[in-house]
Design a protein around this ligand. Sequence first.
Ligand SMILES: *Cc1c(COP(=O)(O)O)cnc(C)c1O
Length: 224
Amino acid sequence: MSPASSRSLAAIQARIAAAETRAGRPAGSVTLVAVSKTQPWEHIAPVLEAGQKVFGENRVQEAMERWGPRRTGLELRLIGPLQTNKVREAVGFFDVIETVDREKLARVLADEIQRAGRAPRLYVQVNTGEEPQKAGIAPGQADAFLAACRTTYDLAVEGLMCIPPVGEDPAPHFAALRAIAERHGVEKLSMGMSDDFEIAIAEGATSVRVGSAIFGARDHALNV
Ligand SMILES: *Cc1c(COP(=O)(O)O)cnc(C)c1O
């Protein structure tokens, strides 16, 4: 019998495939980002052995400790807030940074990418629910910020990311994110988590970030 997390992985993969079909989207058009933050290695190893290659982490230090020794062949995504004093490490380590959300960060990223000669793929995080405690650029400032990323800082923005407010219908938030992306010709949409990834796929998600539905509930004391 295979361990619980690899069975859960297979179940999530099947649900993603079904949601792609229902949405009339090609098989394999949605990337599963397995969110391994705070999970014990016993839960992660079976998922890695099952062939999962894309993982999401929300802290730079934790990600480097966990994945640094076994980095090869994986795609690692930073999905948590990035402080400017961690930009050097983040640019050196991650394949994708999904949480670009303010001018100062854009400027420091641009400088570091130039210096390092290495550019992670970048997503802009939009705070679609305008929640004060949540990271992300406000929707009303997203157009100007995306323009600044491209023209002022010469950053290639591959996608947009959002985390809808807990307890609200996520569909309008996903639709709003897609509308911003379409206005700017941004290709990728990182949206949908354990509880709402099928809705996100119906709304056009190109990647979904699924943690607890694969690995089990996190220890909330450690969770962000
Ligand atoms: C933790 C986290 C997830 C995964 O959440 P689950 O509900 O466990 O699937 C997805 N996205 C972000 C930004 C997160 O911090």
